[in-house]
Design a protein around this ligand. Structure first.
Ligand code: ADP
Length: 156
């Protein structure tokens, strides 16, 4: 039954998804029965890729995995409550900590039953971010080792 399943929501901008995100996703799959990648459709941000394209790239990159991909807008707490899930986020350098800490305390205030689980990045992905990938690709640099194939073909 679905209600006995341990479900995680991995929310983010994923503009675009990188190998760092993919690593967190695969590690989350070892801990949960299903992971829902939730692509934030945020009107205050101007993404390079539309929410539809970001969703599509993640779907293509996660074929065969126990993963669902959706876009969402509005409060994460409402979305997660509906899914009866735990939230997965990741921490890279210390600069991530303050933001993530603030967000998880606020989310906990809004929805006390909601838990956020943090996975530490691996050293290979410590300095990998969607914005770095976009910057390198813009100037013709090689991002082959940084993103899954479905992203690579759209960046080139
Ligand atoms: P947001 O705008 O919500 O931070 P991102 O797509 O940048 O969205 O990140 C989503 C999640 O993935 C965050 O928890 C972030 O820390 C994590 N993440 C991003 N890049 C990496 C990476 N290289 N290694 C591990 N985790 C990462």
């Amino acid at each position: 039954m679905d209600e006995n399943k341990k479900i995680a929501v991995f929310p983010g901008s994923f503009d675009p998804i990188t190998n760092g995100h993919m690593d967190i996703l695969k590690r989350a799959l070892a801990l949960f029965d299903k992971v829902i990648v939730a692509v934030l459709n945020n009107e205050n941000k101007t993404p390079q890729f539309s929410a539809e394209v970001r969703v599509q790239m993640i779907k293509e990159s996660t074929q065969g995995l126990r993963v669902e991909v959706e876009s969402f807008s509005g409060l994460l707490t409402n979305y997660v409550k509906e899914k009866n899930a735990v939230v997965i986020r990741s921490l890279r350098a210390t600069s991530d900590f303050e933001n993530e800490f603030q967000m998880s305390v606020m989310n906990n205030h809004l929805s006390p039953q909601m838990e956020t689980v943090f996975l530490m990045t691996r050293k290979e992905y410590l300095f990998l971010s969607s914005s770095a990938v976009k910057e390198v690709a813009k100037f013709g640099g090689n991002v082959k080792d940084m993103v899954p194939e479905p992203v690579l073909k759209r960046l080139v």
